[in-house]
Design a protein around this ligand. Structure first.
Ligand code: FPP
Length: 236
């Protein structure tokens, strides 16, 4: 069978908190281990030929969590990039941060901006981290921006879906081919609703810190066995 390209993988990295609790540790220990796992899985994805890896690190709904936990997650990018950015540069990774970044704490934002700036000319794996991201917000903002352009005479009424994509935060990336969610929940949780229109879905029982390169490989093998018809029919 011909190999199907899997250019863009998106992951909902769920289960950090439960994983830590199971081991008698605070939830934040799970997030720390989860951040370390981002490195392993990014490297594995790159080696397996993935070109875009988009990870859900913090949603627009996650602000509802305990203040301590939110503060900890906001400090993770610094710990993460201090530890791994040089290696990512060596590997040619290009960092992109997706979300409403202006609402992040200043210190977090400056770390993220620096990572993007340092890697902006890289041509390897696009490692996209979603921070303060919510898909309904993204689509609403896009609709507002389009309406504004129409009112100001910059755009005609009646764009098609391709034209609308230009207003999304992911305008520079291809559609998602494969969406993976860890930790056994069967939900999309307001993640990339537009971009996963024709994505294949994989739900795995392991929590994010337990998600290994082997499991990623298995997901990509499953993907090879899917019949992607994009609404059409098989040629028989
Ligand atoms: C979901 O697990 C996880 C999060 C909300 C945070 C995810 C963040 C990381 C994995 C680290 C991000 C890395 C960088 C580089 C910023 P959960 O806490 O909802 O788990 P639970 O369902 O067991 O409570």
């Amino acid at each position: 069978m011909e190999k199907k390209e899997c250019k863009h993988v998106a992951i909902i990295m769920d289960g950090n908190g439960r994983y830590a609790k199971k081991q008698g540790k605070p939830r934040t220990a799970g997030h720390l281990q989860g951040a370390d796992n981002v490195r392993s899985i990014a490297i594995a994805a790159d080696e397996l030929g993935v070109k875009y890896l988009t990870l859900y690190a913090f949603s627009t709904e996650n602000w509802k969590r305990a203040e301590d936990e939110v503060n900890f997650i906001m400090k993770l990018p610094k710990m993460f990039f201090d530890k791994y950015m040089d290696e990512f540069i060596d590997r040619g990774f290009k960092m992109n941060i997706i979300g409403e970044l202006d609402q992040l704490p200043k210190a977090t934002l400056s770390v993220l901006e620096r990572a993007m700036k340092r890697s902006k000319n890289n041509t390897g794996l696009n490692l996209n981290i979603c921070m303060n991201y919510g898909s309904q917000r993204e689509i609403t903002l896009a609709a507002n921006a389009y309406a504004k352009d129409v009112l100001e005479g910059k755009k005609e009424l009646g764009i098609d879906s391709q034209g609308f994509e230009e207003y999304l935060m992911t305008k520079d990336f291809p559609p998602v081919d494969l969406l993976i969610r860890t930790s056994g929940e069967l939900r999309i949780s307001n993640y990339l609703l537009w971009q996963i229109a024709y994505a294949e879905l994989e739900f795995v029982n392991e929590s994010w810190p337990e998600f290994t390169p082997e499991i990623l490989k298995k997901c990509l093998q499953d993907y090879q066995n899917r019949d992607r018809r994009f609404g059409g029919v098989d040629n028989v």
